[in-house]
Design a protein around this ligand. Structure first.
Ligand SMILES: NC(=O)c1ccc[n+]([C@@H]2O[C@H](COP(=O)([O-])OP(=O)(O)OC[C@H]3O[C@@H](n4cnc5c(N)ncnc54)[C@H](OP(=O)(O)O)[C@@H]3O)[C@@H](O)[C@H]2O)c1
Length: 312
């Protein structure tokens, strides 16, 4: 796809909380992988130039030690890179962050499962992003914790009433979680793992649409490989690869662009947040906002899986 098509607005907009954002957004989890932080800053600024106005982050997106644990060097935080890169542009974009998972000083993961720990995470996000209020905070739901969801979401709702948070969302959520949370406070978005190869949330996606809630899938490109990132052509995980490649060839685009376009074709309330630490990849991903899939493409991509498909 050519450079004039690189416009995050090309897939239209959605109202997320009180802000209208382009449906093509950006996920910042991959930004800390490169010890040269000037690259991440370039990626973020280029994203803004291309019209991206919805960024997803978390205070625990950091390296080394965080989810994408690529050393070496002093710890780099995605939130602080955003603060450094966006400066005065910060008010033009919506910053979504998430709380729940907790990175302990010894590198192990735990859950911020009490109102006090969640407040600590909100305060950490405010400090690292350098803002007075967080635009959107997703509670990433951890199962098997002692404190009920209602109490955890309720703690965030209280911080919303205090003005520390503008809007609330959920991540890793089931429909029952959404129903429970909505009894406490409005839910602006649901962020779950969902992609061409990793399905299962169709009902939740549909219900979000009916209720005017954004559905924000993550791992649209990485699929079942999740944090491990994009799969290699030889990877047995690549279920649907033949169809994806066929559709990509039809349009003269990459398979990653097809995966992103498929995501955006799941409904007007579905937002994409592809993550990358590479400017060229960012440009390709934003260009996918302009890719229109035909009924034939969607039928090819959506065919029922067969037992022969490897597990993606
Ligand atoms: N709520 C949650 O629990 C949760 C969990 C995970 C992630 N997230 C959010 O979702 C966002 C998206 O997830 P993600 O970043 O892991 O996955 P993704 O967007 O599905 O894929 C990222 C992977 O694909 C590669 N990639 C991206 N664009 C490419 C392109 N055009 N060509 C070739 N390779 C490309 C990246 O490597 P390069 O860096 O080399 O491009 C990386 O390996 C995250 O950044 C984060 O903000 C939320």
């Amino acid at each position: 796809m050519t450079s004039e098509l690189m416009d995050a607005a090309a897939a239209g907009t959605w109202r997320l909380g009180d802000r209208v954002v382009n449906r093509m957004g950006f996920g910042t989890m991959r930004l800390t992988a490169n010890p040269d932080t000037s690259v991440a800053i370039r990626v973020l600024r280029r994203a803004v130039e291309l019209g991206v106005d919805h960024f997803d982050t978390a205070a625990f997106y950091c390296s080394p030690g965080g989810i994408i644990d690529v050393g070496p060097g002093p710890v780099r935080y995605a939130t602080e890179l955003i603060r450094a890169a966006l400066g005065s542009y910060r008010h033009r974009v919506l910053l979504a962050t998430k709380v729940g998972p907790m990175l302990l000083p010894d590198g192990r993961w735990s859950a911020a499962d009490s109102p006090e720990l969640l407040r600590g995470q909100v305060v950490e996000n405010l400090r690292r992003l350098g803002v007075e209020a967080l635009d959107l905070v997703n509670l990433r739901i951890t199962r098997n914790v002692a404190v009920p969801l209602a109490e955890r979401f309720g703690a965030l709702a209280e911080m919303r009433s205090e003005g520390l948070i503008r809007h609330l969302g959920l991540s890793n959520a089931a429909l029952g979680d959404l129903n429970e949370a909505e009894r406490i406070a409005p839910v602006a978005g649901v962020q779950n793992a969902y992609s061409l190869g990793v399905r299962g949330d169709e009902e939740l996606l549909r219900v979000c649409g009916e209720r005017g809630i954004a559905f924000v899938p993550f791992f649209a490109i990485a699929g079942a490989r999740r944090e491990a990132g994009v799969a290699l052509p030889s990877d047995p995980d690549l279920r649907r690869e033949a169809e994806v490649l066929r559709v990509a060839a039809r349009h003269g685009v990459s398979e990653h662009q097809v995966r992103l376009a498929w995501t955006l074709h799941q409904g007007p309330h579905v937002l994409a947040i592809p993550g990358t630490g590479d400017v060229a990849h960012l440009e390709q991903n934003v260009a996918a906002a302009a890719l229109r899939l035909s009924e034939t493409d969607l039928a090819d991509l959506g065919r029922p899986l067969t037992p022969d498909d490897a597990s993606e």
